[in-house]
Design a binder for this molecule. Sequence first.
Ligand code: TRP
Length: 339
Amino acid sequence: MPRVFSGIQPSGDLHIGNWLGAVRNWVTMQEQHECLFCIVDLHAITGGYDVASLRRRTLEMAAGLVAAGIDPERAVLFVQSHVPEHSELMWLLNSVTPVGDLERMTQYKDKSAKLESIPAGLLNYPVLMAADILLYRADLVPVGEDQLQHLELARGIARKWNAEFGGGTDLFPEPQGLLGAARRIIGLDGQAKMSKSLGNTIGLVESPEAIWEKLRPAVTDPARKTKRDPGTPEVCNLYALHRHFSPPATVAEVAENCRGARWGCLDCKRVLAERMAATLAPIRERAADLAAAPERLETILADGAATARRMAQETMREVRDRMGFLAPTGQPAARGATA
Ligand code: TRP
């Protein structure tokens, strides 16, 4: 089975953008892949962050992932900082990572341009991401489009490390990126990518009433000032959501009634709200079950960290050995037990 690794920031409650863009895909992948899913709290501290809420956001993300269908029986779900080998490998990979490559990353350029003093962590962010992936020698990495450049860098790091320290046998496979079907989910403002910090999202476990409250004022085709103006579904963000939440026959009906100015936007939104609430109902239920037994989540994360750590330690023994480090026993790191 090919091995899959992916990471998500501890942003708190999942929203439908995370779900459509990434998490739904992860849930499907569990069936035919060996999967590791990681809540990347170490990545979350690179730009100034809210210390007081980090713990809560991490737990909420874990709960959301389990509610969404990440199954701890089939996938390893864990928190990045629980496996210190991520930080260790990152340091070692720094030695084969050109600073020039890091400075060329678009995400780094965008974020650093807004800062007066740039934390080194912001520059090294993609090295940590490479460490996440290589630590488990993952073959496939489902990511959003905005992370493809980081993944390409990780491939370069793997290549370079193998060339320098591989000794003829490559330790690290070059990880392949995997783009999901839903690439860019636009927020309810009809403008920016759906993102919690912009407040243009719908939460994954919101009640049907809350879903409606958010959809009702959402931005639609601006050409439709009144119900009598015919619309263009393709430019309407809510039509895009219909395509994710409604069956094909409903999607066709929506498009026809919008073009023909037979339905107003509210009519369309009412149907969408219904479909969305129905689609998300099983997730809401699982979330409620989990909230009723919080110790279950703790066990899931502890087990996940233990499994991940075992795998990580195995890789690190090999890495330390090939890089020539002395083991505490005085033997080369990996062969300490056998030599
Ligand atoms: N940087 C990714 C993001 O912001 C999250 C991430 C961290 C990740 N480590 C990873 C994704 C490893 C895939 C593989 O979305």
